[in-house]
Design a protein around this ligand. Structure first.
Ligand code: APR
Length: 311
């Protein structure tokens, strides 16, 4: 296959991302991890699925970045996941070092790659990757919005019994408990959610969406990985196929939404050059206030990063 995607971190999220990507037969895949033998073993296992599903995808695992040479997309999932009781911010110190190393090493092999970041705290890690790699903003994007919106869509489907295909939800802001589910823009087959659901039910869905990651951590004792991985696969597909797909994702803002020098969840258009465009919704006062609160949390996290790493 002509396209190549490398996934740095072959743990639960990384390997599951490879699984979803292989199903889509988009690109050859490389899994990289520091654990010896593990990415090689997982890659072989996945490779042996290909005859069954009838997809011609080359999948290799390695502990060496040389294998990633010439990648079109580099997906970074390397890092530690949450344990019960931890916030995503608690991961910052450990994961900053890992994401910095991963970005620098991957970039040496693939100077033109688009970087999709999944490691938490997501917005801060995407910021770090762009800064240490000295990458143009359109070539770095963080995955969070598709996942958070999918969680909301799933909860709306559970509540209403309507097909997930009819449910459009938009969750913006930082990928933390202050994220902003936009109930005014979200709808069921064009009917605003606010008109479809009683206020108390909608408020419960918003709250469950915000805590959606934590709900899984408390059950699973580690971070979610199926839905985060499929969300990143959708982003990689939009980029490689140059789909000009509008999705919520974490992008570098330079004045949009009144915010500067921050990665933040906003609607972006994804295509072959990465983030082609940032779309600005018209927001009411309540939505603006919620986004500002969320941005304050991300800014705080980025400040912590500045105290840790010289960027
Ligand atoms: N280089 C490459 N891989 C690394 C490095 C490194 N420097 N440091 C750690 N890793 C690998 C680990 O060996 C492990 O296999 O990253 C992998 C992480 O996998 P898991 O522990 O299974 O964690 P996962 O659930 O995949 O979460 C990874 O994604 O969604 C986020 O919050 C989550 O930050 C976490 C990240």
């Amino acid at each position: 296959m002509s396209a190549k995607i490398s996934i740095i971190g072959a743990g639960m999220t990384g390997a599951t991302t490879a699984h979803w990507l292989a199903e889509r037969e988009l690109a050859d895949l490389v899994l990289v991890d520091i654990v010896e033998g593990m990415p090689q073993g997982k890659a072989l296992d996945l490779l042996q699925c290909m005859p069954v599903i009838g997809k011609d995808v080359a999948i290799v695992g390695s502990n060496d970045y040389a294998a990633t040479k010439g990648s079109d997309i580099v997906i970074i999932t390397a890092g530690v996941p949450r344990k019960p009781g931890m916030s995503r911010e608690d991961l910052l110190t450990t994961n900053a070092q890992i994401v910095q190393t991963a970005t620098e090493n991957a970039l040496k092999e693939s100077p033109d790659a688009i970087f999709v970041i999944l490691t938490n705290p997501l917005d801060t890690m995407a910021y770090l990757s762009m800064k240490v790699g000295k990458l143009p903003p359109q070539r770095v994007v963080g995955q969070a919005g598709i996942l958070d919106s999918a969680r909301m869509r799933a909860f709306v489907a559970l509540e209403t019994g309507v097909s997930v295909e009819n449910i459009a939800c938009y969750v913006l802001g930082g990928h933390g408990d202050e994220m902003v589910p936009l109930t005014r823009h979200s709808n069921i087959a064009g009917i605003p959610l606010r008109d479809y659901l009683p206020a108390d039910k909608l408020a419960a869905i918003v709250e469950r969406t915000r805590k959606g990651g934590g709900e899984i951590v408390s059950l699973l004792k580690t971070s979610a990985y199926y839905a985060p991985a499929v969300a990143v696969a959708q982003m990689a597909e939009a980029i490689l196929k140059d789909k000009h797909l509008i999705v919520p994702a974490s992008a570098y803002l330079q004045g949009e939404y009144g915010l500067k020098d921050i990665f933040f969840g906003v609607p972006v258009q994804l295509g072959r050059s990465g983030v082609e465009r940032i779309i600005e919704y018209t927001l009411d006062a309540e939505e603006k206030a919620a986004l500002e609160k969320s941005a304050a949390a991300v800014k705080e996290s980025i400040q912590v990063l500045h105290n840790l790493v010289k960027i």
